[in-house]
Design a protein around this ligand. Structure first.
Ligand code: RP5
Length: 172
């Protein structure tokens, strides 16, 4: 099946972060692909991948990079697909440099930005975008969110209980 999501990494050293995104996409059976291309070191490859993505059926691009992270912005400059940037922790600033590089895009080139190492949220946002015209995926997302809520509720048995929560949505 053609990939609907591309996970693009600035370096193989970003792979542990990408795996977290891939795990979520696998959980939702969203076909995806993973590639490595650097905005600074292989800029022509980034351009070619971004320009060709839509024609290959890709709907959302996740771009993960650390340090002075230009990758998500450069990808967004070469496609009209939604781009979600993931700042990767690393280097002397611990990912703050990448966070600011990705979040502070100039007007006209939009890039969504997760928290540092926020690959799971990037993938979940991609699933939400794909679910806009996919009722089955929407339902699977709802089921996933209910399970996430259930795990919070069941974790309460590990602590001394507060009084019952009024209007509790998922009954403890
Ligand atoms: C960025 O520089 C990459 O995305 C990576 O997070 C960081 C370090 O790259 P390597 O030196 O590990 O290749 O471009």
């Amino acid at each position: 099946m053609n990939p609907k999501v591309t996970i693009l990494l600035g370096s193989a050293s970003d792979l542990p972060v990408a795996r977290k995104a891939a795990e979520i996409l696998e959980e939702f059976s969203v076909p995806h692909e993973v590639g490595i291309a650097s905005a600074h070191r292989t800029p022509e490859d980034v351009r070619a991948l971004a320009e060709g993505a839509a024609a290959r059926g890709v709907r959302v691009i996740l771009a993960a990079a650390g340090l002075s992270a230009a990758l998500p912005g450069v990808v967004a400059a070469h496609t009209t697909l939604p781009v979600i940037g993931i700042p990767v922790a690393g280097g002397t600033l611990g990912g703050l440099d990448a966070l600011l590089s990705i979040a502070q895009m100039p007007p006209g080139v939009p890039v969504a930005c997760t928290g540092i190492d926020g690959a799971r949220n990037a993938a979940l946002l991609a699933v939400r975008i794909l679910a806009l015209d996919d009722p089955d995926l929407t339902e699977r997302y709802r089921t996933w969110a209910r399970r996430a809520a259930d795990s919070v509720v069941s974790s309460r048995s590990k602590v001394e209980g507060l009084p019952p929560i009024p209007g509790e949505a998922y009954g403890a």
